[in-house]
Design a protein. Structure first.
Length: 130
C-alpha cells in the first residue's frame, strides 16, 4: 500500500489526512495503534510513530494516555482550510498568472470557471465528468 516515492511515514500521514478529510475518520474516533499499523502494513512501528507524531504536531491527532491516538476536534475543518489555502496559492494563482501572460481577459477566465462549475455538484464531478 505504501509504495510511493515519499518516505513511508509521509505516505501514512497523507493517508490519515485523506481519511479525515473524507469523513472516514471522524472527530474523536480512534486511529489504529502503531503496533496495529506495523502488523497490518508490515512496517516498522517507529515509522508509524513518526507519522503520528507529525499529525499530533499539526493538530490532526491527539494522544489519550493509555488509550491511543484519536482524531482531534476540528481536524477536518483545519485540514480543509489548509488545503483550500494551498489550492489558491499553488494552483489558482499560477494559473491566473499564466492567463495574464497569455492575454486572457479576466472576464473570460471567470466565464470559463462559472461555465464549468455548473457541471459540478458540491465539489464532486458529475457522472458526465467521471
Amino acid at each position: 500500500m505504501f509504495d510511493g516515492p515519499e518516505p513511508i511515514y509521509v505516505q501514512i500521514a497523507t493517508w490519515i489526512r485523506a481519511q479525515v478529510l473524507s469523513g472516514e475518520l471522524g472527530e474523536e474516533e480512534q486511529v489504529m495503534s502503531t503496533t496495529q499499523f506495523a502488523t497490518t502494513f508490515r512496517i516498522n512501528p517507529a515509522t508509524a510513530a513518526k507519522a503520528f507524531s507529525g499529525l499530533v504536531e499539526e493538530g490532526v491527532l491527539y494522544k489519550r494516555r493509555g488509550l491511543g491516538m484519536f482524531v482531534a476536534a476540528g481536524a477536518r475543518e483545519r485540514l480543509l482550510d489548509e488545503y483550500r489555502k494551498r489550492y489558491f496559492e499553488d494552483v489558482l494563482a499560477p494559473a491566473l498568472q499564466q492567463a495574464d501572460i497569455l492575454g486572457i481577459p479576466t472576464d473570460e477566465v471567470v466565464a470559463y470557471v462559472v461555465g464549468t462549475s455548473g457541471k459540478r455538484t458540491s465539489g464532486k464531478p458529475t457522472t458526465e465528468e467521471s
